[in-house]
Design a protein around this ligand. Structure first.
Ligand code: ZN
Length: 685
């Protein structure tokens, strides 16, 4: 591992900081924190922290000694000054006199000693930084160091690798106790340049930002060199049979890694998936020790809040025997959740019985021959779980190459998983109603599709925006931001629909809600219409819905957690307009299609509903059309658009709200919701 320090960059950040009144030490603290944070072999998703002891003026103008420490959960790669709350140093150091202190009390004292009361909470490892005397302190969970220390003989191996420049701190739960132990160990080896925290990570320190940072690089490099030197060849990969496509496996995995939500009949608690594969992952998954290693536990305690302590290990799937794979996956997932509940009950009893159980679903699933899935309530969480899983595999592979991997005990993992300060990193979750669900919307580049995608994303769903015009879908997905996915999909082409749904399954793990919205209008008097035009309209306005629904139902049935098909059928399906036959007739057939899906798949928990909307500004009703129709009726454009019983113009957002309502109404199927401001001729009867 090479130092990322560049004099020019360091000088630039110091010069920029000076303009904003930031002193050079603090600027360089920010600089080396970013250097550490940008290397996933050192720091992953909030798993590391740094500090600086300095002075500043408090609000009354008095100069005080402070500890600037990384805020809890802050991203080191992009950290700014605001990510380093300042605490009065002396009262924090005085806490060393205490034997022990409760978590809430400690957080209270920390907050009371913030120079700026609005600052974020300091890192959960703040006391380690407060007690050690050094000006600059860097702490990471570097993968290579974990491979060396996560061993039954971890202390001896570390002595061999790092020599007497290192002092060894036995495992304790991160927090106050560990901080006290660390300073005690340091005081016994005052010349050391690094503390190895058993089965957790390492701490380096220095008089300058560069010294602390480059010591970190030097110690991690020593661990890397040792691994490279001592490697014996293990985990030889077996040649795997050709696995089935990820798009076929993912919905099965997603389905078995979900559970019925007891709060409402028909509701499910679902997760979103992130798939990873590659040589390192496949070598690990095809290795002979996979079963033992899959049970071996986390590489550093704070990973347990992201991946749980162990993964769900499935059998290798085979294309011709997917039914068998699905059955065994379900059994193994059930064993996993039962085991998690037992683990919780056993440890909660030991810990005093006042913890609240987290959901028992896996956050990492291993599929031999194929790859791994990170799982999370959002796609962002799934990506974090997958990143941590890759580091876990790298660490275990290297640990086994030089010895035998050993994690902390089950009780220690539980204490970390259910430590309130770790849970706080995940943030107070007030989840929107569609959290964990995946919604695909066709015609998402147009007005109604775009409004629906936006509305579903705001309700917590992961959204895939499909449109024949990919650029239009991309533009709307970008406007939504986050993890919105844009895909090109021509619903008149079966291959294009299958490919789009395969991509959705690969990207999110499956689909739960499909809004079949793509459509276009053709006109003509029915007795004189060219048959080609009727065919064209049927291809898009009827078969398009059928292709999309069929692809969606295939995924939904593989998941086994129900689902929801929503169709845009337009007023024409119910109340035909003169010369609109080529549009209205396939739309009427689409209404029948919706009812048929409701009938045929109700027993699978798949609901089918439709929205009958009219007179929405869109690609089907352009400003020119509005102008000419208003003129033909002798009314203003405004009165034309609001020409309904309520006298209100209906918007794409109103249609989106109707789709959302149908998605949330778990006891409603074969329903048509009318969104037209009131038109008795188009009312359902
Ligand atoms: Zn740590």
């Amino acid at each position: 591992m090479k130092s990322g320090w560049v004099d020019r960059d360091a000088e630039a950040i110091v010069a920029d900081g000076a303009k904003a009144g930031i002193d050079p030490d603090l600027s360089l603290r920010i600089y080396t924190t970013r250097l550490l944070g940008r290397d996933p072999k050192l720091v992953l998703h909030g798993g590391g922290n740094t500090s600086l002891k300095t002075t500043m003026r408090d609000p009354l103008g008095a100069e005080v000694e402070v500890l600037r420490v990384k805020a809890s959960g802050a991203d080191m790669a992009s950290i700014e000054l605001a990510g380093f709350p300042a605490l009065r140093l002396e009262p924090m150091q005085a806490l060393r006199a205490l034997e022990t202190i409760g978590d809430e009390e400690l957080v209270g004292i920390e907050r009371a000693n913030l120079i700026d009361a609005r600052a974020p909470n300091p890192s959960v490892e703040v006391m380690l930084h407060a007690f050690l005397p050094h000006k600059f302190i860097d702490h990471t969970h570097a993968t290579a160091v974990l491979s060396v220390v996560d061993q039954p003989r971890g202390e001896q191996i570390c002595a061999e690798v790092f020599g007497d420049r290192m002092a060894f701190v036995p495992y304790l739960l991160p927090g106050f106790g560990l901080a006290k132990k660390a300073i005690e160990v340091f005081e016994h080896s005052p010349g050391c340049e690094c503390l190895i925290l058993s089965k957790h990570g390492l701490v380096t320190f220095g008089e300058t930002a560069r010294e602390a940072y480059e010591r970190m690089i030097a110690f991690v490099s020593r661990a890397e060199d040792f691994i490279a030197r001592s490697r014996k060849s293990v985990m030889a990969a077996q040649p795997a049979r050709r696995p089935p496509p990820v798009a076929d496996v993912a919905p099965i995995v997603r389905g078995v890694c979900s559970e019925k939500d007891e709060k409402a009949e028909g509701a499910w608690r679902r997760l979103v998936l992130e798939f990873r594969t590659g040589n390192a992952i496949l070598d690990f998954l095809n290795g002979k020790d996979l079963r033992r290693l899959s049970e071996a536990g986390v590489i550093t305690p704070d990973h347990t809040i992201r991946t749980k302590n162990w993964p769900l290990l499935l059998n290798a799937p085979e294309s011709e025997r997917m039914g068998e794979f699905a059955r065994s996956a379900r059994e193994k997932a059930q064993e996993f959740t039962m085991r998690y509940r037992d683990y919780f009950a056993r440890n909660n009893k030991r810990a005093g019985g006042n913890k609240r159980a987290l959901d028992p679903l896996p956050r990492l699933t291993l599929v031999p021959g194929l790859g791994l899935f990170g799982l999370g309530r959002t796609r962002g969480d799934a990506v974090i779980a997958a990143d941590i899983a890759e580091a876990w595999i790298e660490c275990l592979t290297d640990a086994e190459a030089i010895g035998r991997f050993e994690s902390i005990s089950e009780a220690d993992m539980f204490d970390c998983e259910y430590w309130p300060l770790e849970q706080a990193k995940l943030g107070a979750r007030n989840e929107p109603p569609l959290t964990g669900q995946v919604a695909a919307i066709t015609g998402a580049g147009g007005a109604i599709g775009a409004a629906t995608a936006k509305c579903f994303a705001a309700a917590g769903a992961e959204v895939a925006l499909l449109d024949v015009d990919r650029a239009a879908a991309r533009e709307q997905a970008d406007a939504i931001g986050g993890d919105a996915l844009a895909l090109s999909c021509d619903v008149t082409d079966g291959g294009s629909v299958s490919a789009a749904f395969a991509k959705i399954a690969e990207h999110f793990g499956g689909a739960d809600i499909v809004v079949s919205n793509a459509g276009a209008a053709w006109q003509g008097r029915i007795g004189e219409i060219d048959e080609d035009i009727l065919h064209k309209s049927f291809e898009l306005n009827f078969y398009g819905h059928q292709r999309v629904a069929q692809a969606a139902v295939r995924i939904m049935r593989a998941q086994g957690t129900g689902g929801c098909l929503l169709f845009n059928i337009s007023k024409q399906a119910v109340n035909p307009g003169p010369n609109f036959g080529p549009y209205g007739i396939p739309k009427a057939a689409a209404l029948a299609l919706m009812r048929q899906y409701a009938l045929d798949y109700g027993a699978d928990g798949i609901r089918a509903n439709a929205v009958n909307a009219d007179r929405i500004r869109s690609g089907l009703l352009t400003p020119q059309m509005i102008a000419s129709r208003a003129k033909a009726r002798g009314v203003s454009e405004k009165d034309y658009m609001a020409g309904n019983l309520l006298g209100r113009e209906v918007t794409a957002e109103d249609v989106a709200q109707a789709f959302l309502h149908q998605a949330l109404a778990l006891k409603t199927t074969a329903d048509v919701t009318t969104v037209d401001g009131g038109n008795i001729a188009a009312a359902m009867r």
